[in-house]
Design a protein around this ligand. Structure first.
Ligand code: MAN
Ligand code: CA
Length: 150
């Protein structure tokens, strides 16, 4: 009897841990929303907060791989904003969450960030770069990725 209870508890707990709010998908330890509406960076930031989340922070090659694999299958050939900018200091990219944290792991495409034409201060993952990171103008309308805990 005790074994059955313990088994149920483990299964229930594992099931609960994998559940994400409607619209979010579970990859690794977080829930992600791959939004298909296109907005500028500030809009993406607001949308994620409205959905009880934040623009995604990618802190390891493992997390980057999970997200890129998902996008390669379901990304629809689009570009997605992720949660970093260098708006507080040219060339010094920081995450929105925790706010102002410098990048540790980075997944830039070779040659990026290049601040093309001097106007690229927001981070994105473009299908044309196989979803490796690129800095782009924050005024462009792109899809975006939000992240939240379970
Ligand atoms: C090219 C590269 C990128 C740049 C985009 C802007 O792909 O120069 O670095 O961000 O153009 O559209
Ligand atoms: Ca660029």
């Amino acid at each position: 009897m005790f074994a059955v209870l313990l088994f149920s508890l483990v299964v229930f707990t594992a099931g609960a841990a994998a559940r994400c709010p409607l619209g979010f998908v579970n990859l690794g330890r977080s829930c992600y929303l791959f939004a298909s509406t296109t907005v500028d960076f500030a809009g993406a930031n607001s949308f994620c907060q409205f959905f009880g989340s934040r623009l995604v922070t990618i802190s390891s090659s493992h997390e980057d791989h999970l997200i890129r694999s998902y996008l390669l299958r379901h990304g629809k050939g689009a570009t997605y904003y992720i949660g970093g900018t260098d708006l507080r200091g040219e060339g010094i990219f920081t995450w929105e969450r925790p706010h102002g944290k410098k990048l540790g792991y980075t997944g830039w495409k070779h040659g990026e960030p290049n601040n093309a034409k001097g106007h690229e201060h927001c981070m994105s993952m473009p299908a044309s770069f196989h979803y490796r990171w690129n800095d782009v103008p924050c005024s462009r309308r792109y899809r975006f990725i939000c992240e939240r805990a379970h």
